[in-house]
Ligand binder design. Sequence first.
Ligand code: WTA
Length: 657
Amino acid sequence: MSAASKTSGEATDMRAIPAGFENAHATPDVYREMYAASIADPDTFWGEQGKRLDWIKPYTRVKDTDFTYGKVSIKWYEDGVLNASVNCIDRHLKDRALQTAIIWEPDDPKTPAKHITYRELSRKVNQMANVLLSQGVMRGDRVVIYLPMIPEAAYAMLACARIGAIHSIVFAGFSPDALANRINDSGAKLVITADSAPRGGRRTPLKANTDAALLHCSDKVRCLVVKHTGDQTSWVQGRDVDVLAMMDMVSPECPPRPMNAEDPLFVLYTSGSTGKPKGVVHTTGGYLVYAAMTHQYVFDYKDGDIFWCTADVGWVTGHSYIVYGPLANGATTVMFEGVPTFPDAGRFWEVCEKHKVNQFYTAPTAIRALMGQGPEWVEKYDLSSLRVLGTVGEPINPEAWVWYDKHVGKGKCPIVDTWWQTETGGHMITSLPGAIEGKPGSATLPFFGVKPVILDAATAVRQGETEAEGVLCISDSWPGQMRTVWGDHERFQETYFSQYRGYYFTGDGCRRDKDGYYWITGRVDDVINVSGHRMGTAEVESALVAHAQVAEAAVVGYPHEIKGQGIYAYVTLMNGIEPTEDLRKELVKWVRNEIGPIASPDLIQWAPGLPKTRSGKIMRRILRKIAENDYGALGDTSTLADPSVVDDLIENRMNRA
Ligand code: WTA
């Protein structure tokens, strides 16, 4: 084992598996053998893995997939019939009815935690399913869920799954506008929300946001409200329903709807490089097999373990690793309503101690933020229950990796750096604890069945099998892969299969070192990664230009110490408008209101002009360089219509770090 390295990308910085750590599911040899088998014969491998679920009618076909542009089609277990809620609940009732399924840890540590058993989970989900049926929700209908991190969010997801409705969760930090767009794009019949959402001691008025959103939606959309905080809200008779009161009145039994493996389970909107978020569609069978398998192997989950993923259910990480993966495995999963720094920077570790967490999964941005508060916050707590640590959402810088390893894992817990996407449904490139040696900053090796390839970005030529750098593509399908973009299969093919023919294009850049380890270098499209959340720069731009005083805007990412990337906006004002500090503040507030706090620009530079080519295309490469404070290396600017705008932008740059 080498000493901690400050620089990333050292191929020699291999970390030995912590002494005494034993993986219950895979050793280094088992990983190699299983991986080889999964690639050599996917049908047999995934045919076997599919048996981890309970099927109402077993599948006879396993894989039927085609990545050819123009006829992209992805089907797994296509003639199998199952129900996801049965797999996450009913099948566990025989042996673990009284085991805790969900530990709910509230925002305020003075409020008691809740332990929800599988029996209780079953009752609540069946009741909520009956409420949905009573509201006229049918198989295939879309239900938007706009809830805080409360058990009802999981109940709502599983209740939809039970009756064959398709859920679409909208992160509770999104604005009324963003919510309305998603309700309309998915054609949802009903939205489930709460009075308000406490987070870090503050409250977001979710019901009021929903009221505002519904002004822009069909008046047929109904609204179920979870009375969570008891905050007063307005009430629209005939549209709004007190869901908890209704649940108490309906039967705790609701027969599960038999679903085809390829029936959609959920739609989750995610940012792309164009303005409008895409509805990523995941289906029932393949997604659930993949979520369950990755949860078991990547975290080395064993019966009785307490698993905590700190994500929000509004993101794919919460879907796969708070709800579907853990519950399909009969696990105990922690659901945390709060934030890492409330009431103080010890909260994560206090919760780990209190609930004796065995696997802890979070984002590098949280680690960096806590690292800045000093190790004393970690050292106050007994973390001896921890066995495996994970990260997700963005590359982890080696300093943060080393801190996590030393102060949280005490050198005893393998760290799994999991690279994946909303589109992939589950982990794709990741270490396996005790089976793959780590390297700080590298997501390491592919999961079973995943065939990554690196192509030259410009020529699309496939690079060699070992050391290479370029764009990351995947050459064959895996069961958790998204199937289409909701309502727009054309856009699905265009986005992921048109640029590099025959491959799934991830949008990420990547390097492979001589040991075959993968190092994700970040997005190569106009998507930025802010605190582990994907944000399309085009979305922020359209929010800015919607402001009456803004003529034009260009948004790029720049390195940010805590967030990974920050949002840097170049704004050209309408003729005659004076740039002032007040206007700057107003624009930040404007974007928060249009999209949500995660989209707030960190820096706004007034730009009298933007660098454009003679054909009018904004040269983002130049804007990125200036935002990175790297203006010495602007490259060729001779194709610009007016090269002098660049001097002004450099002169007035905002990031002089
Ligand atoms: C980035 C989150 C490096 C990547 C599950 C990807 C990562 C995007 C990692 C997907 C990681 C995620 N190392 N980069 N371990 N995990 N990313 O859809 O750019 O919200 O394309 O899914 O996050 O973000 P999404």
